[in-house]
Write a protein that binds this ligand. Sequence first.
Ligand SMILES: Cc1ncc(COP(=O)(O)O)c(C=O)c1O
Length: 409
Amino acid sequence: MTAFDFAPLFARDLPPAAGRWTGFAEHNFVGGHNDPEGIPVEALVEAATRQLRAKGRELAIYTLDGGPQGLRELREVVARKLTEDRGAPTDADQVLITSGSLQGMDLVFSLLVEPGDTVIVEEHTYGGTLSRLRRRGAKVVGAPLDEHGLRIDALERLLDDMAAKGVRPKFIYTIPTVQNPTGSVLPVDRREALLDLARRHGVPVFEDECYADLVFGEDWPPALRGMEGGDAVIHIGSFSKTLAPALRLGYLVADWPVLSRLLPLKTDAGTGAIEQLVVADYFGSRFHEHVAALKPRLAAKLDVMVEAVEREFGTAAEFTRPEGGIFFWMRLPGVDTSKLYAAAKAGGVDFNPGAEWSTSPQARDCLRLCFALPSEEQIRAGVARLAEICRRETGIPAVSANVRHAPAT
Ligand SMILES: Cc1ncc(COP(=O)(O)O)c(C=O)c1O
């Protein structure tokens, strides 16, 4: 008997079908995974045990009676973190707990984006943002970046040009603090200028602060949400990068006129309660201690990544050292990384090709490597393998590990 054919019944305009999951590549530099050694397993076991003993019976109630915005204790952790660490005085009532910050992003896009709308993003940006906006039929316009993040002069020209054509973008989406993929941190004067520009053009800002707790330096600017003009900012953040992405916990911060319209769009009857209980317990007291231990681990892996890329790719690779986070963004002039991708994957190395992380055709020779998940040894071995495959496929790099190779034929 042939199986029932659902295909003719599918809704129109679905995304392409998924391939079957075949596991991770041997050298996995793809996505935004965290450092397995940085997961505080024992402390999480203790937190889970403590919380389940104390509150286990509340699991009988949707949202544990914390209401649709999420567990009160976790919202208080987020509000304190925003207030004390990000210079953005926040009340727990302004916080919505989400299933990863991706859910927050989906909610904001559902609230604001209609087909044909123009949205400004950074020219290189999170691939998940680009794919979501495009699926909604938005016209996505990239604003130029330099090594410090958004170029305000270029953004001003862009906004002026749009205004001259009668176009008012729905919002400016930015990852100002450890930009994905470039790793820059937008200086405070540019933040002020960005908010001023946005206000003058009547355009709100959507601030994605997924990596803001992972700046490797001593100090860094406040969140846009906390600065003058921050009332025009919707802010999302995540526990994926400070703690663990598989927990699927993030948050959104906005004022009630926005939150009250977002809440009816969050139709999942509440974000997972055990995760919320555990993270509120653990981060209620250990946030600073945890992040202070995680950052040097990541910074050490970045050092290994930089050394490996310099050794294996030599002058063929161009990059600016990221100021924090988990990603290394590099350019290989002359290499189409979307083509290299398939050969690398077949050879056991997975990375994100630049074209998927950018609005700019020039990013075809860029690629992004996540250095948080692999061990230092795996980083060295994976970058060496990548250079070997790249040379075989493109003749680049001609020199690596001080060895000159015969040109590819
Ligand atoms: C900039 C940015 N925003 C949002 C996300 C989604 O993170 P989450 O795990 O919180 O859904 C990511 C994940 O890599 C990201 O890089």
